[in-house]
Design a protein around this ligand. Sequence first.
Ligand SMILES: Cc1cc2nc3c(=O)[nH]c(=O)nc-3n(C[C@H](O)[C@H](O)[C@H](O)COP(=O)(O)O)c2cc1C
Length: 332
Amino acid sequence: MTLVKTFSRLFPRRQLISPARSSFPTRMNSSSSSSSSAATAQAQTNYKIVEKVTDFEKVQSQRPDFDHSNTPIQVTKSPNPDWQYGSGLGKHAPATPKTHTEIDPYAADRPMVNNYRLLVSGIAPRPVGFLSTVSGDGATKNLSPFSYFQVIDHDPPMFIVGFSSRPGREKDTYRNLKETGECVINSVSENMIEAVNASSIDAPYGVSEWEVSGLHEAATTTVTPSRVEESVFSIEGKVVDIKEFTDHVKPGMSLAGVVLIKATRFWVQEDAVNADLSHIDLDKLRPVGQLGGMSYGRVTSTFEVPRRRWDDEHPKSEVLSKLEGSKPRSSQ
Ligand SMILES: Cc1cc2nc3c(=O)[nH]c(=O)nc-3n(C[C@H](O)[C@H](O)[C@H](O)COP(=O)(O)O)c2cc1C
């Protein structure tokens, strides 16, 4: 039996889309529809996630050019190679401990956008999952980036994507995932970032961001959406679960939620993968990480830190051997 068949048996289409059905707009009478459009208009006024940027071209013109030399990514020693068990930050610890400010994310006087800015600047860098989807009726192709994104397991290969609420209508990608249960997650390399960012534009439902980006479609085998030819790594995937944040709906704003996706195929650029198809060359992948505000980071330098095994390490370390000796009897 092929993998595709196994998947459709395990996760039949109806089962995939049912958890989210309730999120679709229900038929409204004219008074509820006009109050809902007033709420959407108000939500639009308050929405500060995508703000107008002034003078960007002027600031950009004063910056050095991007280094396109593709110099191999440098590998240095790790920050503290002589680190010992139990030594915390070791010799790099600050002279006096830092103090912290407590924040209640739900405080009445705290604008939601402050949580957005804090989270995207504090949880960084984030990989960008570039999702290709198709609408339920098959009429519209969609391509958009998401950095509330992560691989969360390899066995099975699983991914998670978070969709934020916005005024009026939910993200088209989210809608498509609920309608079809299928996508392709494409990697984002440095040379793609302007095209990827362009595809994040709030295009009306039904407009294909493939054309906005100018990126090219390549064939897939287990799902309907195309993969991005320019991406070094693409993952065909099917939705296995959806969790909507229904207790947090705000007037005029769409539902937010997370989608759990299971891979059905991998595609790797041939010159970027090793012989046994188990490693992607970072010098070829050249990933970008999304940071706070409108910043992105690139990888120009790496270091290695081996993972150790308890049984090898505790005889060599005073701290670990003491901990080994103090284990509760039941775990010995
Ligand atoms: C790099 C990048 C990362 C983004 N990450 C997310 C995200 O994780 N979740 C989200 O809801 N929107 C995210 N956005 C915004 C969406 O891409 C944007 O709302 C887009 O218009 C959604 O497209 P769609 O409605 O066609 O699905 C991101 C935008 C960029 C440029």
